[in-house]
Design a protein around this ligand. Structure first.
Ligand code: GDP
Ligand code: IMO
Ligand code: MG
Length: 422
């Protein structure tokens, strides 16, 4: 059996959580492979809305097993709050959620370091989610991290050593703080974690594959935020691309099956960094308003712009996308004209690739298509799609070279349309 991977192709918030939830009935296991509580995955069904940060989005559909893999970074305090809220709303977790012992812990001092590094960068700050993601992955790579499995052996000493090292750095940055409250909640989170199955998830997942069980890997963030291939340094600190599922779960590359690439019918970005198709006019404001483009973790306003096919082609390439999923098409239901960036103009020359240095004078070159001007939010089948909408899909498929298999026409689980046309 192979594992399928579902991941974002833009700058995050494409709607991964919604689609993982929709696809979950077709799988036995759902596994997160990277990122941490910087993610905010929103699901809506039966009039309820849930935002998941560390817990995989397969948690609401039946008895599926959900796994937090070794590539994830976990904040025990935030995890406890998230898990308790789910349990309080009637969704039991303890039997259905396994956590890799090799996942790294986000310490309270990692969050302080995140804030201190951002403050020190001044105008060049990344605009992180402030969840300690960068400093935790830094400690992992520099072999100073503490892993979930460590809470069972020699934890106090490891914690004291890491905390002392972090406090020294914070002192050198003249960063003032009071850890008391955060540390208390964090230690409670550590005790809470012990109630869960802490596992060697690479063995677990490979055993499932041998037993012909199906696994869906849920990505966080998006390809343009990947530490290697994103718009560096305005990126997150993990590999968000498909290969991250191999290292973040212990799945061999030849075990990867379908790669679902998700994108919005337009484009958003939260935080700092280049965004060639960003709109600063009323069209951008309209996308923001109709798409409710405010961060699910930080509440920050998301920057909005037209779809960027240059960046998307790059994402399709580095991920080996086999099936595309287009989200939030309903947000464009009232736009007379739809634009799609097909190239950039750089110093008077047209280029069709994402350049190493994303200069400020990078100008998008647009193709224009007629809008469909139809409310699509209640549609149930592709037979109802307006002609102009089909033309938009065909145009995107031709540009990207991959079929669009699912179209989302609203935030609810039910507002999802599978396409069967070949
Ligand atoms: P994720 O991080 O990729 O899971 O995406 P987020 O949950 O951060 O952001 C996507 C937002 O769009 C959420 O508020 C979803 O409820 C919402 N959403 C998802 N699909 C659609 C859609 O097709 N139409 C509309 N209007 N909203 C959607
Ligand atoms: P989901 O999974 C959108 C962005 C931050 C910042 C940069 C680095 O919901 O799509 P970090 O805290 O990771 O060090 O921040 O990455 N970012 C996201 N943007 N969606 C996310 O996750 C994000 N996770 C991080 O805004 O620009
Ligand atoms: Mg999100």
């Amino acid at each position: 059996m192979k594992v399928d991977v579902l991941l974002g192709l833009q700058w995050g918030d494409e709607g991964k959580g919604k689609v993982v939830d929709v696809l979950t009935p077709g799988y036995d296991v759902i596994a997160r492979f990277q990122g941490g509580p910087n993610a905010g995955h929103t699901l809506e069904f039966e009039g309820q809305k849930y935002v998941l940060r560390s817990i995989p989005s397969g948690i609401f559909q039946g008895d599926k097993l959900n796994i937090i893999g070794n590539g994830v970074v976990l904040d025990p305090a935030l995890f406890k709050a998230e898990a308790e809220a789910l349990e309080a709303s009637g969704h039991s977790l303890k039997e259905r959620l396994h956590i890799s012992k090799k996942a790294h812990l986000i310490l309270p001092t990692h969050r302080l370091l995140d804030a201190a590094y951002e403050a020190a960068k001044g105008d060049a700050k990344v605009g992180t989610t402030g969840k300690g993601i960068g400093p935790t992955y830094t400690d992992k790579v520099s072999r100073n991290g503490i892993r979930v499995g460590d809470i069972l052996h020699g934890f106090e000493r490891k914690y004291a050593v890491a905390k002392a090292r972090h406090e020294q750095i914070l002192k050198s940055l003249n960063y003032e703080y009071d850890l008391t409250e955060q540390e208390k909640a964090w230690m409670e989170g550590i005790e809470y974690l012990k109630q869960f199955s802490l596992v060697d998830s690479e063995h677990e997942i490979n055993n499932f594959l041998r037993e012909e069980k199906s696994v869906l890997c849920e990505g966080a963030q998006g390809t343009m935020l990947d530490i290697d291939f994103g718009s560096y340094p305005f990126v997150t600190s993990s590999n968000t691309v498909c290969a991250g599922a191999c290292t973040g779960l212990g799945v061999a590359p030849n075990r990867i099956g379908e790669v679902y690439g998700i994108f919005k019918a337009y484009c958003t970005r939260v935080g700092a960094g280049p965004f060639p198709t960003e709109l600063f006019d009323e069209t951008g404001d309209k996308m923001c308003t109709l798409g409710h483009e405010f961060g699910s973790v930080t509440g920050r306003k998301r920057r909005c712009g037209w779809i960027d096919l240059v960046a998307l082609k790059y994402s399709v390439m580095v991920n080996g996308v086999t099936k595309l999923i287009m989200m939030k098409s309903d947000v464009l239901d009232t736009f007379q004209t739809i634009k799609a960036c097909v190239a950039y103009r750089l110093n008077g020359e047209e280029i069709d690739y994402f350049p190493y240095d994303i200069e400020e004078n990078l100008e998008p070159v647009y193709a224009e298509l007629p809008g469909w001007m139809t409310d699509m939010t209640k549609m149930k089948s592709e037979d109802e799609f307006p002609e102009e909408f089909n033309a938009y899909l065909t145009f995107l498929e031709e540009q990207l070279g991959v079929e669009i298999k699912i179209v989302s026409v609203g935030p609810d689980r039910e507002q999802t349309i599978e396409r069967y046309t070949e």
